[in-house]
Design a protein around this ligand. Structure first.
Ligand code: PHE
Length: 448
């Protein structure tokens, strides 16, 4: 049973909805810490190239698969290539969504705790050491992150349960520009701090001696994660896009927004990182131990910090809703459960995974994989392995299995848009993207 699907009302509706999924913790939290660990400017250059040459073509592939079939991702593959194993790409996507949710809701929980701290004006008057210590105490308490993670999961599931995603997306039109304005303001402030220059040059002056094969894979993983690619989210969104819509334009706008917000977030964080003597390779806590220092010093720090964490929470919830949605749609279309029930099951699964992640972060916890706690493990596993594998299958499918004439008609909206650049995009999908991803995997396993 496939229920009737709606379509997005206007172009801005599509961009706002897809943008809601795409812009999230990936841009504000993950991008700065990964860029910090991978040498700053070099990483950013590679990240931008990969986003353009690999990620945008994958986004266009996902949109086309979704729009041409109007099915959840597993059924979409089944419809385009009946009786084949391709539907496993859909299953892989569902598994990936769970792995991402397992740590995403924990980090979003951190954002909620920081919103509470901001509301109580707790950053004021603290030194950089005290702020780091507070953060460590919070994470190692166990129960505090558990509460906030639970609150976040309930809030996300409630949105899907009540079916009000569209309602939230409407507000993206206001929230997203507001977030950008706030980030620009913060950037101007952090660039004026003592020692900020060092941070700016870390992000803008490439040091090619830092370049390794892993830098490329990390950039690819970051780009896929940030643009919600490789697990079927964009297939699901594609299935709601109208036939007359120009998908090149949607993908272009979404990708440009995503990269812009990420780099902007880096420009806010790094001047402060250097100014407060924090290590750029601090890892996942980087943003959380850096920004409170900025708010503690700023004139209007109280109000700015409250608005910032509020907007971060909203950005995170529109992304987690898209993750929950992919799995929920699958369960209710395939298992004949009601949508609401399906949403609750997904919430329960996420809760269990989230709690395991939190327990693994407790000091002395024995839940570690390869020496990493589950937050780091799931984070790396999803971005650097699962999403690229999913993305690889998606481009191979689009370039080599999807009937070329049908794909061209779909992507160009019946030869209306992008007919001239189509050959370039098709070349990127058929050859460049699969080759790049394969080479990076071969490098990862040590073959090249
Ligand atoms: N792109 C989202 C973010 O940046 C995370 C996400 C990944 C959402 C994959 C959906 C699918 O926060």
């Amino acid at each position: 049973m496939v229920s009737k699907r709606g379509t997005f009302a206007s172009r801005f509706g599509v961009v706002a909805a897809v943008g809601g999924s795409v812009v999230g913790l990936g841009n504000i939290w993950r991008f700065p810490y990964v860029a910090g660990e991978n040498g700053g400017a070099v990483f950013i250059i590679i990240y931008i190239c990969i986003s353009l040459l690999v990620s945008v073509p994958i986004m266009l592939s996902e949109f086309s698969i979704g729009r041409s079939t109007k099915r959840n991702s597993m059924r979409a593959f089944n419809k385009l290539a009946p009786g084949t194993k391709w539907k496993f790409v859909g299953y892989l996507g569902i598994l990936t969504a769970f792995v991402i949710l397992a740590f995403y809701c924990v980090i979003a929980g951190w954002a909620l705790e920081f919103l509470r701290e901001a509301l109580f004006n707790n950053f004021a008057g603290k030194t950089a050491e005290q702020i780091t210590e507070n953060f460590n105490m919070f994470v190692s308490s166990g129960w505090k992150p558990a509460i906030w993670t639970t609150v976040f999961i309930i809030a996300s599931v409630a949105v899907v349960y009540a079916g009000v995603e569209k309602g939230i997306e409407r507000y993206n039109k206001i929230f997203m520009p507001l977030f950008v304005v706030l980030l620009v303001g913060l950037m101007l402030y952090t660039l004026s701090l003592d020692g900020a220059k060092e941070g700016a040059s870390f992000l803008l002056k490439p040091d090619f001696s830092k370049l390794t094969g892993r830098t490329f894979l990390n950039a690819l993983g970051q780009s896929f994660f940030s643009m919600s690619l490789g697990m079927g989210a964009m297939i699901t969104y594609g299935s709601y896009i109208k036939k007359e819509e120009n998908m090149f334009r949607v993908a272009g706008m979404v990708a440009a927004t995503d990269v812009f917000v990420a780099v902007l977030s880096g420009l806010v964080i790094f001047p402060a990182v250097f100014s407060f003597g924090i290590s750029p390779t601090s890892g996942p806590e980087l943003v959380f131990i850096t920004l409170p220092n900025v708010f503690a010093q700023m004139g209007a720090g109280y109000i700015v910090s409250v608005i910032f964490f509020m907007l971060l929470f909203l950005a995170a919830i529109t992304s987690s809703v898209s993750l929950i949605e992919v799995v929920t749609v699958y369960i209710y279309e395939e298992m004949r459960l009601s949508r609401r029930r399906a949403a609750c099951y997904v919430g329960l699964g996420t809760f269990i995974m989230g709690m395991l992640s939190i327990i693994s972060q407790l000091p002395g916890s024995s839940i570690k994989i390869g020496g990493q706690n589950l937050v780091s493990f799931f984070d790396h596993l999803s971005s650097n392995i699962m999403l690229p594998i999913g993305g690889l299958f998606i481009v191979i499918f689009t370039g080599w299995v999807f009937a070329p004439a049908k794909f061209k008609a779909e992507l160009t909206s019946n030869f209306k848009y992008g007919v001239k650049i189509y050959p370039i995009v098709y070349f990127l999908i058929k050859f460049v993207a699969p080759v790049v991803i394969t080479l990076l995997f071969l490098n990862l396993i040590g073959v090249i």
